[in-house]
Write a protein that binds this ligand. Structure first.
Ligand code: ADP
Ligand code: MG
Length: 326
């Protein structure tokens, strides 16, 4: 593999292009100025080989996942992505083709989501490979969404479908058999490549449609728990109202115990948010306009903790509390 500076010039400088403040990745640091009247919203996520991805995973997909998990965090804040910093700790035996594919993945997604590379750091490590991305976004200060703004009586919504990625990981591990090939492929893809709800997050913020929001990375149960704790409220969720894809329904039809993974597994990268009942109509209209389905799944009330119940109101026990590292 060529040296650090050659790698930067060849693969990363093109991702900066003529982005103002990047200085072609040839200076000591970058300058970032948010658009007039907006504040900077910053987030950082790290992917470690063997923990978040497998060494044999396609580099372009790893790159896109790295950018997208950060985009999902900004979506949950209602912010717009602007620019990013990249830290690569690569093993000495990393083939140059891996770096080339990685940069190509970033190029595709920064075009799709509209942000530019501003700078970063490149180091060698005895292993494992570790990739960090700091994403800078912008928002109007008064529009920034938090986890703590929910009020008793607010309705609880989720975008898209939940559980697909958790089941997709099981499919990739060979832990779910008997699915149609197309269903298995759909679920695996949902795990491999998150779909951050960037546009929805921004609209929720700009139109003040949500009172609190979080992106579901650790599973519905755990992430709803965060909204409850931060907002100082309780939540109830009706199991039958959860939006499920057809492949997830097919998997549940074969093994109902997978419901556990659907509600407590991670990696959905959908938005979970609360809204006052008065905004329901506008919410539906925005969701239709964006082609991003949102579904009401429950509501917030005084108290603490969350309960899941069936249509008759009977509580349903969910054992696992979602993914944690330690
Ligand atoms: P320093 O020696 O001060 O750490 P570097 O040699 O690491 O500086 O970086 C030189 C330039 O290259 C800087 O502008 C830095 O932002 C950029 N850079 C280094 N690695 C990356 C990377 N992985 N992605 C984007 N820019 C990078
Ligand atoms: Mg450096």
């Amino acid at each position: 593999m060529r040296g650090e500076f050659d790698l930067i010039a060849r693969y990363f400088a093109p991702l900066a292009g003529d982005a103002p403040g990047s200085f072609g990745l040839q200076d000591d640091a970058a300058v970032f100025e948010p658009p007039a009247g907006r504040v900077v919203v910053a987030t950082l996520d790290t992917l470690v080989a063997g923990v978040h991805f497998l060494p044999q995973d396609e580099a372009g997909l790893v790159a896109r996942k790295l950018l997208r998990v950060n985009l999902s965090d900004l979506a949950a804040m209602g912010a717009r992505a602007e620019a990013y910093l990249l830290s690569l700790s690569l093993t000495r035996d990393a083939p140059e083709a891996w770096v080339a594919d990685f940069a190509e993945g970033l190029a595709a997604d920064q075009r799709e989501f509209g942000c530019r590379l501003l700078g970063g750091d490149t180091t060698a490590t005895p292993g494992p490979t570790s990739l960090s991305l700091t994403l800078l976004g912008s928002a109007r200060a008064e529009h920034v969404l938090s986890r703590g703004g929910a009020q008793a009586g607010d309705l609880l919504y989720v975008s898209g479908t939940i559980g697909d990625a958790a089941l997709g990981l099981k499919v990739l591990r060979g832990e779910i058999g008997d699915l149609k090939e197309a269903d298995a492929a759909f679920l695996a893809e949902r795990y491999r490549l998150p779909r951050p709800r960037a546009d929805l997050g921004m609209r929720l913020a700009e139109e003040a449609l949500a009172t609190a929001a979080i992106d579901i990375s650790d599973g519905l149960v755990a992430d709803l728990g965060h909204i409850c704790e931060t907002s100082g409220l309780a939540a109830s969720v009706e199991i039958s109202s959860l939006p499920l894809s057809q492949p997830t329904r097919a998997a549940l039809g074969q093994d109902p115990s997978l419901l556990q993974d659907v509600v407590a597994g991670g990696d959905d990268y959908e938005l979970l948010f609360t809204a006052t009942p008065g905004t329901a109509e506008r919410l539906e209209a925005v969701a239709r306009e964006l082609g991003c389905p949102v579904r009401r799944i429950g509501q917030m009330s005084e108290g603490s903790g969350m309960v899941m119940h069936d249509e008759s109101g009977k509580p349903v026990e969910i054992g696992r509390a979602g993914w944690t590292h330690f």
